[in-house]
Design a protein around this ligand. Structure first.
Ligand code: HEC
Ligand code: HEC
Length: 277
């Protein structure tokens, strides 16, 4: 990588210098076809699935469910970066550093290579599919969405109960979609956070029958940091299962489901939920 830059940069500098005398600017290059659809080696479907979940959480809102452009982000499928990327090595720095209009994300290389695999799983196609993208994301069938809701969501939700009037409260279909995909993630783009999600809590068993409970601040292999209900911060060192640590993530149900939706499910479910006024 570094070697490449060392070679390329002097060349660029030289050609810039050669053009320096007041010459009329070179005519804009004629439209060049993007590189032919790159043949990609088959990838592990599990990697694509993991990337799909992460993409759904972090990228869908701006780049669209199918990466063909969304609210505030461009179509990614035919950009040079994506076409030339193999395993996240070009997409990764953009994710980590952000761009104008795109926040940076704290994702690790494995997560990035999953996201890249997911983006690469879309066919580039011979014509510009993005032009055919309908102006609304509400393209699914509400009745199919209702059936899917009954099967998948009704264990925790009801449209006469905790989701009553959800489409009146969240009237923008994109935000509504982002909210049901991952509650709490619909905000942060300049709008209000739609959902107040209870924090992840943790219970640490310090001695037989003795537990400390609180809101999880951080956990890794060596430490668990929490804040007790009265505001006291606590830190415990961890050594394997000692002490016993139990996490309670209120959105576990949503996280588990993320990888299982097809694009069709997503469109149908959103088409249904926008009717829940
Ligand atoms: C808040 C909206 C937003 C979010 C969220 C977002 N992006 Fe972007 N993204 C943008 C915008 C706007 C650009 C164009 C920036 C520019 O023109 O420099 C962009 C550009 C990109 C590019 C470069 C495209 C090119 O042609 O060079 C890639 C790759 C990309 N985004 C991937 C992602 C991925 C992967 C995620 C999720 C981890 C993500 N983006 C999340 C708004 C967003
Ligand atoms: C295992 C339980 C569970 C399942 C299954 C589940 N959810 Fe949720 N959902 C939650 C929890 C917990 C929240 C956080 C907000 C709360 O506590 O009500 C939430 C929040 C939401 C919100 C935001 C609500 C608001 O008031 O802003 C929407 C919308 C939503 N879920 C839709 C769905 C849909 C659609 C499905 C099925 C695809 C689904 N959920 C499946 C537990 C679940």
């Amino acid at each position: 990588m570094i070697k490449k830059f060392l070679i390329v940069l002097p060349l660029l500098a030289a050609s810039a210098a050669a053009q320096a005398p007041a010459r009329p600017p070179a005519p804009a290059p004629a439209f060049r076809r993007p590189p032919a659809f790159p043949e990609r080696p088959p990838v592990d479907p599990a990697l694509v699935e993991s990337g799909k979940g992460l993409y759904g959480v972090h990228c869908t809102f701006c780049h669209g469910v199918d990466a063909r452009g969304g609210s505030g982000g461009p179509n990614l499928i035919r950009t040079a970066v994506v076409l030339n990327d193999k395993d996240g090595e070009l997409i990764g720095p953009i994710i980590k550093e952000g761009r104008t209009g795109m926040p940076k994300f704290d994702l690790n290389d494995a997560q990035i290579s999953g996201i890249a695999a997911f983006i690469h799983s879309f066919k580039v196609g011979g014509y510009d599919v993005s032009r055919m993208t309908p102006p609304t994301i509400v393209t699914g069938e509400a009745t199919a969405g209702e059936a899917y809701f009954a099967k998948t969501c009704s264990g925790c939700h009801s449209v006469n109960g905790n989701l009553k009037g959800i489409a009146s409260r969240i009237s923008d279909p994109k935000r509504l979609q982002q909210t049901w995909l991952m509650p709490g993630s619909g905000g942060g783009f300049g709008g209000p956070v739609a959902t107040r999600v209870a924090p992840v809590t943790v219970t640490v068993t310090t001695a037989p029958g003795k537990t400390v409970k609180g809101r999880l601040n951080r956990i890794d292999d060596f430490y668990v940091l929490l804040t007790e209900e009265d505001g006291t911060p606590r830190t415990f060192t961890r050594d394997g299962d000692n002490p016993k640590v139990e996490l309670n993530d209120p959105l576990k149900g949503h996280r588990d489901l993320l990888g299982s939706y097809t694009d069709k499910d997503i469109h149908n479910l959103t088409a249904y939920l926008v009717t829940v006024k």
